[in-house]
Design a protein around this ligand. Structure first.
Ligand SMILES: Cc1cc2nc3c(=O)[nH]c(=O)nc-3n(C[C@H](O)[C@H](O)[C@H](O)COP(=O)(O)OP(=O)(O)OC[C@H]3O[C@@H](n4cnc5c(N)ncnc54)[C@H](O)[C@@H]3O)c2cc1C
Length: 389
């Protein structure tokens, strides 16, 4: 039975995450304006809170299960605007390691921060168009190619790189490899300049005859089957956790925007009455109620995707639903709040206009909203990616 009730311990952790987020929020404008600077590892305000990582790790087994809790953490963190001001101790490549790595690889790189590099100048949504190659030479893989828009690409200690070992075989030839910083031939070439989440380090990477040991192939399967997509499905499993996690960030952004709008209205003497019958609501109340409902619905899709992951059930469609809905509210709710507040919503005196820009991006990375809807449609109508692409 689905049960999202929280233990006292979990409620306290989430409340602390939210308060920490609110405490570091004062730096959000600075790092939005100074994209070239990376926020420090430790912001002084956050240091006044007891360290959380250990408390999260040591949660009793009967508390909210891990993946569901990750969703709640993402929502709470972003509610305070803490992402990307406070980087979590893992990045997207860590999810890839968990989804596709061998037990030995999980142990070896378990505490290494790994970013994930799929996107290339000529390849985004259509991942089978990847041009980066990995060629086996003796007991080394030799990687050549260019990657762009890699989240945490500067700070991470290593990266999970998608490359093809057989360009003729499309998806079946695509494998993922761990490349550590400092490996000759691997370079961070620039920090990307973006519309939003400008405090997040997003980098372009290049690989030139970059040699890595053979056992850096995630999962270790070197075969390329003549039929089907081979190990690609396994690689795609990475998204089953990361997509709902990004959806959860979108929910947090929507909630922050709604809080801001409600408080701003209250300062102007407009008290929102959530209980008022729908026939008597003002236009503003009706819009706010609708947006609250949308944010709540999106939140439940993220929790459901997490809950399925916790129970070990297939969740790839639910992960896409969560990403589609979370990405949607991260765009539409800040936009709706700006509509209500007018010029105040657009002013750089406040963060709402920033959340609108951040939210636009949340609907792009980890697969755009359009691509999620394609995946959902395929699942509903039983189409393959060749039939509906
Ligand atoms: C801030 C940020 C962080 C990122 N982090 C990472 C990262 O860590 N690692 C990484 O590898 N990548 C990352 N990306 C890249 C991101 O995943 C891609 O931008 C995304 O997958 C879309 O690819 P694209 O930009 O090439 O757009 P395209 O694929 O060229 O798409 C352009 C537009 O067409 C739409 N579209 C494309 N195909 C279809 C279709 N079949 N049907 C309908 N509509 C379609 C898309 O939805 C989009 O609106 C990041 C991007 C940003 C902005």
């Amino acid at each position: 039975m689905v049960d999202f009730r929280l233990s006292t311990n979990d409620t306290e952790i989430l409340e602390q995450v939210r308060r920490e987020g609110l405490a570091v929020r004062k730096h959000a404008r600075y790092f939005d304006d100074h994209e070239e600077e990376l926020p420090p590892e430790k912001l002084p305000e956050a240091d006044s809170f007891p360290p959380l990582n250990e408390r999260v790790m040591r949660r009793p087994a009967d508390d909210t299960p891990a993946a569901t809790f990750q969703m709640l953490l993402g929502m709470a963190r972003q509610w305070g605007d803490a992402f990307p001001l406070r980087q979590p101790p893992v990045a997207l490549g860590n999810a890839a390691l968990q989804a596709a790595g061998t037990p030995e690889q999980k142990t070896r790189w378990g505490s290494t921060v790994l970013s994930m590099a799929i996107t290339e100048p000529g390849c985004g949504s259509d991942s089978k168009a990847i041009k980066t190659t990995a060629r086996l030479d003796g007991d080394d893989w030799v990687i050549n190619g260019e990657k762009i828009f890699v989240t945490t690409g500067i700070r991470a200690q290593g990266v999970v790189v998608w490359a093809t070992i057989d360009a003729q075989r499309g998806r079946a030839g695509i494998k993922s490899f761990v490349v550590m910083k400092g490996t000759p031939g691997f370079e961070v070439t620039r920090k990307e300049k973006k519309l939003g989440i400008r405090a997040s380090d997003t980098a372009a990477l290049s690989f030139t005859d970059c040699r890595i040991p053979r056992d850096h192939l995630l999962g270790g399967d070197e075969t390329v089957p003549r039929q089907g997509s081979g190990g690609f499905r396994g690689v795609m499993k990475t998204f089953n956790m990361t997509r709902p996690a990004v959806g959860a960030i979108g929910v947090g952004k929507a909630r922050a925007s709604l809080d801001f709008a409600e408080e701003a209205l209250e300062k102007e003497g407009v008290k929102v009455d959530w209980e008022r019958s729908r026939y008597a609501r003002s236009a503003i109340e009706a819009k706010l109620v609708q947006m609250q409902a949308d944010a709540e619905a999106a939140s439940l899709t993220c929790l459901r995707a997490g809950w399925l992951a916790d129970t070990g059930e297939e969740n790839n469609v639910e992960a896409s639903i969560a990403k589609a809905k979370g990405g949607e509210v991260s765009r539409t709710v800040p936009q709706g709040c700006i509509e209500i507040l007018g010029a105040m919503g657009a002013s750089r005196e406040h963060l709402l206009e920033k959340w609108l820009r951040d939210g636009r991006i949340t609907d792009i990375y980890e697969g755009t909203g359009q691509i999620q809807r394609l995946i959902i449609a395929r699942a509903i109508f039983g189409y393959s990616s060749e039939e509906l692409g």
